[in-house]
Design a protein around this ligand. Structure first.
Ligand SMILES: Cc1cc2nc3c(=O)[nH]c(=O)nc-3n(C[C@H](O)[C@H](O)[C@H](O)COP(=O)(O)O)c2cc1C
Length: 166
């Protein structure tokens, strides 16, 4: 009998996988929302698909089935504050959470694009899959581009990092 895997150990070991950091944004029924996420991956070239894993308890999880659209903002070095803000349970809902944040609506879906981020992918929800206490949102990429940032913000072992300078 194999002993069950300990959750804390799972988090520690899974945290050895270095990722970037994104803020996934959406707009629906007169409101907008953003959420920090690192469970993002490019998935398919034909068709062009990405995936984002969203906690069942997240506000974003409630909104995406209605908006059916989202933008993935890939954060740049120096945007830790945005990452902390859009992962904070203390931030207000709706437009107020973007007070002091410079953003524009994306040309295709109208989802907020964050000034100074590295890049964005603007998506329509193609499918929603079950994944334990998360859902996996598949996004069909409708538009993409750069947003002015130069180097990535990295996430590793529960902390922010930057690429070493040459
Ligand atoms: C670096 C980082 C990465 C995160 N990645 C995810 C993620 O991929 N999926 C997720 O559901 N929550 C993720 N979170 C947690 C959410 O950002 C956090 O729970 C947030 O408050 C949820 O926002 P909402 O409930 O207002 O939508 C992450 C947090 C941080 C700091």
């Amino acid at each position: 009998m194999v002993p069950p895997v300990d959750t804390a150990e799972f988090r520690r070991i899974a945290g050895r996988f270095a990722t970037g950091v994104t803020v996934v944004t959406t707009g629906v029924e007169g409101t907008i929302h953003g959420m920090t996420a690192n469970a993002f991956a490019s998935l398919s070239l034909d068709p062009l698909l990405v995936l984002v894993c969203v906690d069942l308890d997240a506000g974003l999880h409630e909104l995406l089935p209605h908006s059916r659209t989202f933008a993935v903002n890939v954060l740049a070095e120096g945007q830790e504050d945005l990452s902390r803000w859009f992962s904070s349970k203390r931030r207000p809902e709706g437009y107020s959470q973007f007070d002091g944040v410079v953003w524009v609506p994306s040309p295709v879906t109208g989802s907020p694009l964050l000034d100074g981020a590295l890049a964005y992918l603007d998506c329509e929800v193609a499918d929603i899959l079950k994944g334990g206490d998360h859902s996996i949102f598949l996004g069909a990429v409708r538009d993409l581009g750069e947003l002015g940032g130069k180097a990535p913000l990295l996430w590793y072992e529960s902390g922010y990092h930057r690429l070493p300078e040459d």
